[in-house]
Design a protein around this ligand. Structure first.
Ligand SMILES: [Mg+2]
Length: 228
């Protein structure tokens, strides 16, 4: 049987955050934030911490998803760029016999027509649009598909999958303790650090920094599914 692996899309296969800042959030709030300062996966809390002067009242998750949805009908999803070497590596893994799936949180909460637009994007890059799954519970979807290894960047999701499966955590400021974390409000920072501590202690989670490492780790896992 082919070894099965799954990839998250945003910030694993596709570069989304930098483009969202540049095209949507920076203009919307009239700020100039860099991706390096996307310090928590609760993006609304990053804005609340770093730019309270721009807000009449603190942003909620609902505000974040609404702003994204209202400003992404102009080809935002269709025109996102792949991460360096993501496409080449996926095609190589497929040619080597791996069964590749994509599991994403993208939903109508954040976008209009997310499924259609995502499949269009995959096709543009020669990836199989029939292998993308839209799910709020990635761990459950992996179980349904019989997948035991996933590349993910979101801390909560990684921890949940790691209960009984393996995760390669693509390293980003929102899943790493950084010196900029002092800019976050105390509560946001404390919650973030508590999650990161759990991630660092979890033997089923391995941090990776680029697609070359992802490729090597996938082969290590395939060759020896016990110690990883
Ligand atoms: Mg992601």
């Amino acid at each position: 049987m082919k070894p099965k692996i799954a990839f998250d899309l945003d910030e694993v296969v596709v570069e989304m955050c930098g483009t969202a800042l540049k095209e949507i959030f920076n203009p919307y709030f009239n700020i100039n934030m860099s991706k390096k300062l996307w310090l928590s996966y609760h993006f609304e809390e990053v804005i609340n911490s770093l730019h309270p002067e721009k807000l009449e009242k603190p942003l909620t998750f609902h505000d974040f998803s609404r702003i994204l949805k209202e400003n992404s009908d102009n080809g935002f999803l269709e025109n996102l760029k792949p991460l360096d070497y993501s496409i080449e590596t996926i095609l190589k893994l497929e040619s080597e016999g791996f069964d590749v799936s994509y599991i994403t949180f993208r939903s109508t909460l954040f976008y209009n027509k997310p499924q259609e637009r995502t499949k269009y994007w995959l096709e543009q890059y020669g990836l199989n649009p029939d292998k993308v799954y839209f799910s709020q519970d990635k761990s459950k979807k992996m179980d349904e598909l019989g997948v035991k290894l996933m590349v993910e960047d979101m801390p909560h999701t990684a921890l949940k999958i790691a209960d009984d499966k393996k995760v390669l955590l693509f390293s980003y400021p929102w899943n790493t303790k950084t010196s900029e974390d002092q800019l976050l409000n105390k509560k946001t920072r404390a919650e973030k650090h508590e999650l990161i501590d759990m991630i660092e202690a979890d033997k089923n989670i391995t941090r990776v920094y680029d697609w070359k490492q992802i490729y090597n780790k996938i082969h290590e896992w395939k060759d020896n599914q016990i110690s990883f």
